[in-house]
Design a binder for this molecule. Sequence first.
Ligand SMILES: [Zn+2]
Length: 110
Amino acid sequence: MSSRVLKIGKPRLCDHCGQEIEPGRAHYRVAVTLEAGFDGVLADMPGEGDIGDTLKKLEKDKRTAKELENEIYQSLELILCPGCRNKLEGQLVKFGSRGEGVKPPGTLTQ
Ligand SMILES: [Zn+2]
C-alpha cells in the first residue's frame, strides 16, 4: 500500500514560535475577539457647559483611529503548532481562572 501525499498549499509557520507546519500535520487556529462591554450605564458623560473641556481633551488625544477602534473591537487570528497550542491553553486557564478556570463560550457573567 502506497501512501498518498497531497500537497495543497504551502507549509504554514506557527505564529508564535515560527516552526514550519507541514501540510497535513496537526495545527490549531486560534480566533480571539476583544469587544468592549456595555452595562447600560454611560459614565463620564459631559454635562452642559463642559463641552469646551471635552473638546480640549479630544484635541489632546494622540491615539490613532486604529488604536481607538481596537479599544472597542479587535479580532485576532493565529495558527499554532501543537506545542504552542498547549502553552497557550495553559496561559489562558491561568489568565481567566480566579480559581475557577476558563469558562466555556456563552457562560460569561457580568
Ligand atoms: Zn509553535
